[in-house]
Design a protein around this ligand. Structure first.
Ligand code: MSS
Length: 363
């Protein structure tokens, strides 16, 4: 793994030693840096921007940022300052890009070659979407989706549909969604969507709209490319279309974060992180022989809820030689990670345990 490359200006405050820079708009957290971290420090959380981030002028007066609320009895604009009077809640959830694990597929995929680092566990604080909708007189009866729009400037001459980040999720997600102004105890940095971000716990990263400028209950899904054909799971070689599954709910997943390369013989701590997707974790098993034998790992630290990840550890004996270390999580719904996750055109949703295993040399 490389790392330590110079960081783009808008994220110059991140810890370069812990990041892999794929491009100006895509930075990944190093696997080793994830370690046994309960919460991912903001300074090492990954970055994925489909468009360049807006100017930092939008975070100069955070409480003045306005979000338009539509598809309700009394549509209108609300400032962040006003939202703060409607209610407040904190939720811990995994933020993970749809393409995390893409690098582990055998077929060629376009897009950032993320391994495990396009994911982090984050504490968000904001107002429940439910409270906002209630304050606006309630949702339109015929609404089917909750649609959020990102506040980036659209380059002149381009139709917004072709490029604007706008995503629709089934409206049931509204019950756990929040509009967040705080992340890990600080105002949400511009790079992560400040002044206001839509957070949908349990849903893939793309649905968590940064610089939220509009939130609407809608009858149709967004007409934008990112919704209609982007983030759709389909067979290799096929084009995206609205009939294919959209990247919504995350699946159960785990990976080893250490040791990654070598270890000394004798007792070793094998550690990693695991997530249940949309339900809590039941268990994580670890194998030191490529999946022939498994032992239950121990969770580290408190359970921060069904949408959070949990660090895990197994103390075991390793003998001299090369060992394939693997982890396999099972959630409360009984779903376990598959050995192999089927390839798909854009390389989304990889949670296969074999692809996430590491070969470690013990001497
Ligand atoms: N939002 C906006 N507004 N824009 C953009 O671009 N992106 C997505 C989300 N949101 C965007 C948004 C994605 S795609 C992701 S992952 C996320 O975000 C990330 O985050 P951060 O904070 O980490 O950067 Mo894939 O599924």
């Amino acid at each position: 793994q490389s790392g330590g490359e110079p960081l783009p200006d808008y994220v110059a405050w991140k810890d370069a030693e812990d990041m892999i820079v794929h491009s100006k708009q895509t930075l990944e957290t190093k696997r080793a840096a994830q370690g046994s971290e309960l919460i991912t420090p903001t300074t090492e959380l990954y970055i994925r921007n489909n468009l360049p981030a807006p100017s930092d002028k939008i975070v100069a007066d955070r409480d003045a940022w306005e979000v338009e609320i539509d598809g309700v009895a009394n549509p209108g604009k609300m400032t962040v300052g006003a939202l703060k009077t409607l209610g407040v809640e904190t939720v811990v959830c995994v933020l993970q890009c749809s393409g995390n694990g893409r690098a582990f597929f055998d077929h060629e995929t376009s897009g950032s070659q993320w391994s495990v680092g396009a994911a982090g566990n984050v504490v968000w604080t904001g107002v429940p979407v439910r409270a906002v909708i209630d304050a606006m007189g309630g949702a339109d009866a015929d609404a089917v989706y909750l649609t959020g729009t990102g506040g980036e400037d659209i380059p002149q001459g381009l139709p917004p549909e072709s490029i604007q980040v706008e995503r629709s999720v089934p409206k049931a997600a509204m019950d756990r969604a929040i509009l967040a102004w705080e992340m890990n105890g600080e105002p949400v940095p511009l790079a992560h969507g400040g002044p206001l971000r839509l957070i949908i716990p349990g849903y893939y990263g793309v649905n968590n709209i940064k610089y939220l400028k509009r939130l609407a209950l809608t009858v149709e899904e967004s007409p934008n490319k990112i919704q209609q054909t982007g983030y759709r799971v389909r067979p290799v070689g096929e084009k995206g279309d609205p009939s294919q599954p959209s990247m919504y709910e995350m699946s159960v997943k785990s990976w080893i974060t250490g040791p990654l390369v070598d270890a000394a013989t004798g007792k070793v701590q094998i550690h990693g992180v695991a997530m249940g997707g949309v339900s809590g974790l039941e268990k994580v098993e670890v194998s030191a022989d490529g999946g022939q034998n498994w032992a239950d790992a121990q969770f580290l630290g408190p359970d921060l809820g069904p949408y959070a990840w949990r660090p895990f550890v197994l103390i075991t004996d390793l003998t001299e030689g090369t060992h394939m270390l693997a982890s396999r999580a099972t959630n409360a719904a009984g779903d376990a990670q598959p050995e192999n996750f089927p390839p798909n055109e854009r390389g989304y949703g990889n949670n296969g345990w074999r692809a996430h295993a590491v070969d470690v040399t013990v001497s």
